[in-house]
Ligand binder design. Structure first.
Ligand SMILES: Nc1nc2c(ncn2[C@@H]2O[C@H](COP(=O)(O)OP(=O)(O)OP(=O)(O)O)[C@@H](O)[C@H]2O)c(=O)[nH]1
Length: 551
């Protein structure tokens, strides 16, 4: 859940204050390091220490509203960088003399810091509008406004069969109150006799949910008045509940998806904390580590969808870290963004050659950081989604459901727990295509997939095995319980009506179920479920058969 804006501002102010409080000590540390360097100008370790201290300041200064510190720190770090990384020799007398004044100015600025007149942080107002928290949890809730509830009882049942929660309202007033209290994913308006019903007002603070018109007639005037009333969808009776819910899905705001996970690796605590707060306030979940050697552990445990690396870190550079990650097959698709004080385009491009995706320069504006992270994380998530999902139904594709079955089986064996598998096939599906057309057949497949997703637990795995055949893997579920669950799916689906060319029809399914420990291998489980499904078909379809125990 997103933190509220006030607390985000407080956190940003706290990090900024902490940075300012530490500045004098950081300045004195640089002073001490510089005098050690002057005594032993050939000692590259001392020089490296000075580089690290000034480099971190160059990044953090501007971030927290001390841009003069950033400017002077950059003037110090650049000659140090060249000396250390390119020449690999100590400082000459002339170089020391030229650096001396700049290091002294830098320490002076740290000991007596002054904020920029227009400090970047803390921001004067919230950076991004906050989303209502309820959008995250109530997407399957739809409200139905109908002057006569009996008119819509069939539709309500169909919507419920497909997994939606339905709130039914007879008056605009009660609907308005309910929207205020719990915003739904959409409001369906059953063709009102009184057009006034279409134009109800909500207080300005309330986000108006998408509205969908359910109309008696398909004439131009009805459509026009629906458009004028701000309706985003228009359906003519008889209403196909699955088509309505498909539209509701497409109208849902993207933000309801689970938050992106970003791993931040930066040895500078204040910088890492700043990036973390900025991203968290935009709804992104972050985890921060200061020691790059912990990255492998965090990759496995946190499973980040994007990596944000500082470039210069003493134990291991961000570039080396990116190379390590890119050598690991599992994480080859995880975007990497560098966040560094480096402004030289050519060196940024060198860093990007590791297979990283973007190079952002510190100090970075919050909005820029959030956009860059969001765009890349979203693209990576979409690509991953497309790779594992069936394009028609959005369920796992054949390869992935098989992989999940094998994983679940191995886990059940290790933990000695129950596991059930159901093979489901829609009955006489060829007839649906033949009678109503292929696109109606597709709509039935989508509707059934929705029903499966909504009716099963989060932990159950649902995939399209092929054509009109589906595979459901139910971890921690006994055969008896799985039978109850699949039977509930079967009866709900049989009661759901679809429409085609104005006609109503329904479809049934047959299912075969098998369970571990009765079946001793993943493929044995699948075969047993398949044989049970075949029996269900043979015995007349529209039924669930449980596999006989194996000898
Ligand atoms: N619309 C649509 N039809 C599909 C899709 N995939 C497979 N089918 C159709 O599903 C039908 C499956 O037919 P059959 O295997 O003969 O089985 P059935 O008609 O369901 O009969 P039983 O399984 O014996 O009850 C075929 O007509 C396929 O063309 C799809 O993605 N969309």
């Amino acid at each position: 859940m997103m933190a509220d804006q006030a607390s985000i501002l407080e956190q940003l102010e706290a990090v900024s204050r902490a940075f300012k409080t530490q500045l004098p000590e950081r300045g004195r540390e640089i002073e001490r390091q510089w005098s050690a360097v002057r005594k032993q100008p050939d000692d590259l370790d001392l020089l490296e220490g000075l580089y690290r201290l000034t480099h971190n300041l160059a990044g953090a200064g501007g971030t927290f509203g001390f841009s003069q510190i950033t400017d002077v720190a950059r003037e110090v770090t650049e000659p140090l960088r060249i000396t250390l990384k390119e020449r690999k020799v100590g400082l000459s007398d002339a170089e020391q003399a030229s650096l001396d004044a700049r290091v002294k100015l830098l320490t002076e600025l740290c000991i007596h810091p002054t904020l920029d007149t227009e400090a970047n942080i803390p921001p004067a107002k919230p950076l991004f509008p906050e989303l209502p928290a309820t959008l995250h949890s109530l997407t399957k809730l739809v409200y139905l406004l109908s002057e006569c509830t009996e008119d819509v009882s069939g539709l309500v049942e169909n919507l419920q069969n497909l997994g939606a929660r339905v709130g039914l309202f007879e008056s605009v007033k009660s609907l308005g109150n309910a929207i205020l209290e719990t915003p739904p994913a959409a409001v369906l308006v059953n063709s009102p006799a009184d057009e006034e019903l279409l134009t109800f007002d909500l207080p300005e603070t309330v986000i108006r949910p998408p509205m969908i018109m359910l109309s008696e007639s398909d004439d131009f005037d009805s459509r026009l008045s629906a458009v004028r009333a701000g309706m985003e969808g228009f359906f003519v009776k008889p209403i196909d509940a699955s088509a309505v819910l498909n539209l509701v899905d497409s109208l849902r705001p993207r933000e309801e998806a689970s938050p992106f996970r970003v791993l931040i690796v930066d040895d500078d605590q204040s910088q890492a904390e700043y990036a973390s707060i900025v991203l968290e306030q935009a709804g992104i979940t972050t985890r921060v580590i200061h020691d790059p050697t912990e990255v492998l552990e965090q990759l496995a445990e946190f499973n980040p969808e994007l990596l944000l690396f500082d470039v210069y870190m003493p134990q291991c550079s961000g570039i080396e870290l990116a190379k390590i990650v890119r050598q690991m097959d599992n994480y080859v698709g995880v975007p990497i963004i560098f966040l560094s004080v480096e402004r030289e385009r050519i060196r940024q491009l060198e860093a990007l050659q590791t297979g990283a995706d973007d190079f952002l320069t510190k100090p970075i504006r919050p909005k820029e950081l959030v956009s860059s992270v969001m765009i890349r994380a979203w693209r990576a998530r979409t690509l991953r989604w497309l790779m594992v999902r069936d394009s028609l139904t959005g369920l796992f594709n054949h390869a992935v459901i098989m992989e999940r079955l094998n994983n679940s089986f191995a886990l059940a064996q290790r933990q000695n727990s129950h596991l059930s598998v159901a093979m489901i096939d829609l009955d006489h599906f060829k007839r649906i295509n033949d009678n109503y057309g292929h696109s109606t057949g597709d709509r039935v497949l989508i509707g059934f997939s929705r029903l499966l997703r909504e009716r099963l637990r989060e932990s159950d795995v649902v995939g399209r095995y092929g054509g009109e055949e589906f595979l459901v893997v139910l971890p921690d579920t006994t055969l008896e319980h799985a039978e109850l669950v699949i039977e509930a799916v079967r009866t709900a689906f049989a009661k759901t009506s679809f429409t085609a060319n104005g006609a109503l029809f329904s479809v049934t399914l047959s299912a075969g179920i098998a369970g571990f420990p009765r079946s001793g291998s993943a493929s044995g489980l699948l075969d047993a479920a398949d044989i049970a499904l075949y029996k269900a078909k043979e015995q007349g379809r529209n039924r669930t058969i449980t596999a006989a125990p194996q000898p």
